[in-house]
Design a protein around this ligand. Structure first.
Ligand code: RBV
Length: 429
């Protein structure tokens, strides 16, 4: 197993002290706004539901994620955590987490590829019984590099669309050898985190990074999945003129019926002021598109990996590149046009220097489902065979009910007659 030092051994003694204090302060703020995680912490801790478990995690290590990590550790598990993107870690939060007696954090911002994977491998030194991923890098490392760990793993949970997509491809190949919950696909995750979370945090990060307005801009949203819908809706709400690009006919139609302009990227490229990719696929904005763009455009990616904007082609086209602002790299073309790439084309809502990730409230929901899935794997893991599994609806509803109670929202229950009616087929006209 790779030797890689935890964050506490990577920062100087002076930096470490202040980082821990600041990291804890960020976590306390998040915690104050996470009623679901607080409720789960109380019950998990009282019953020590994860006692004896060892959990490896690769996620965006910032304040909200830290609350999830802490809840799992307070429930009795040993946890080793690292980042799932080289730019999304908050070192202070990572340092604060690492003070917990049952948590080791290897996450550090700005790591290169080698350090990134060394840290992933270091978490597996824990010989996990559970893996929690955002993007599937842990599952991949286990299967490719440490298959001997598979027998000891009860199961895993996956946070994001791209990770679930990769897992399904692996499952289709018959290569996935333990059960993994598709947390992303639950209503409590997707309808809130993907739509509102990605929409709000991507736009907020771009606006704060550039100090530019949305009003009156042509905003090109590539992909009209859950994330694209959120970005389009929120941009429209900020008075932008939204243009959607799609490859799926029903989604293109849906975007059209929502009132957005739908265009091929080649045409959108020529009129867009801001481009935001949310497809989960590669090569969405490429050389032919750069060639048609206006001077001063902003290019940002809200998909999990940095493959949607072809930066290599842009580097080749550019005669000069320079840091135009913190988190903005300008690529100057031969004819003088400047194309501005935000956060190196990485997940913009987490990877720009001022990015904070999704709002606390939505991560409370997503991580509530994550925690419930970890508990389910520990309690009933034997019932799930190798492969990708839907999260049981009851767990998702449990998380919704905790949130509704915390918000003081009451709702109805079916009467017996209604339940009977819904289960019957013989009542016609
Ligand atoms: N995401 N995490 C945060 N911790 O601030 N913000 C977004 C955070 C997750 C989100 O659930 C999405 O599915 C995933 O990041 C993409 O990597």
């Amino acid at each position: 197993m790779t030797e890689y030092p935890p964050i506490s051994e990577q920062l100087s003694a002076d930096d470490l002290e202040s980082a821990r204090t600041e990291g804890r302060r960020k976590m306390d703020w998040a915690d104050q706004h996470m009623p679901i995680m607080n409720a789960l912490r109380d019950s998990f801790e009282a019953d020590q539901v994860l006692e004896g478990e060892r959990i490896a995690m690769a996620m965006h290590v910032e304040a909200k994620t830290a609350i999830l990590v802490e809840v799992l550790a307070d429930a009795g598990a040993e946890v080793a955590v690292t980042g799932c993107n080289p730019l999304s870690t908050h070192d202070d939060v990572s340092a604060a987490l690492d003070t917990h007696e049952r948590i080791t954090s290897y996450a550090k911002r700005g790591v290169d590829d080698e350090e990134y994977y060394d840290a992933i491998h270091a978490t597996l030194g824990l010989e996990p019984t559970i893996t929690v991923d955002d993007g599937m890098d842990l599952v991949a490392a286990v299967h490719e590099d440490y298959p001997e760990l598979i027998d000891g793993i009860v199961g895993g949970a996956e946070e994001t669309t791209t990770g679930v997509h990769r897992l399904r491809a692996m499952d289709d190949d018959g290569a996935l050898e333990y059960p993994v919950f598709a947390v992303n696909d639950t209503p409590m995750k997707r309808l809130f985190d993907n739509i509102h979370g990605t929409g709000e945090s991507s736009l907020a990060s771009i606006a704060m990074t550039t100090n530019l307005s949305w009003a009156g801009k042509n905003v090109v949203v590539a992909g009209f999945g859950y994330c694209g819908k959120g970005v389009a809706r929120k941009a429209s709400g900020q008075n932008a003129n939204v243009i959607v690009t799609e490859v799926e006919p029903r989604r293109a139609l849906e975007a059209h019926m929502e009132g957005y302009d739908v265009l091929p990227m080649a045409e959108a490229a020529e009129i867009g002021d801001v481009f935001i990719t949310t497809t989960g696929n590669r090569d969405v904005i490429v050389e032919e598109h750069f060639e048609g763009m206006k001077d001063g455009v902003l290019l940002a990616n809200a998909g999990h990996f940095d493959i949607e904007i072809d930066l290599e082609a842009l580097v080749d086209l550019a005669v000069d590149t320079y840091e135009a602002r913190d988190g903005v790299e300008a690529y100057e073309l031969e004819d003088g046009r400047r194309l501005n790439v935000i956060a190196e084309g990485r997940l913009v809502n987490l990877a720009a220097p001022i990015s904070l990730g999704h709002p606390v409230e939505v991560m409370d929901q997503s991580f509530g489902v994550q925690a419930a899935c970890v508990r389910e794997m520990v309690e009933n893991g034997d019932e799930y065979g190798p492969g990708v599994h839907e999260v049981p609806d009851e767990l998702d509803k449990e998380i919704a009910e905790i949130k509704l109670e915390a918000e003081g929202v009451e709702f109805d229950a079916l009467t017996d007659t209604q339940r009977e009616y819904m289960g019957s087929w013989d009542h016609g006209t």
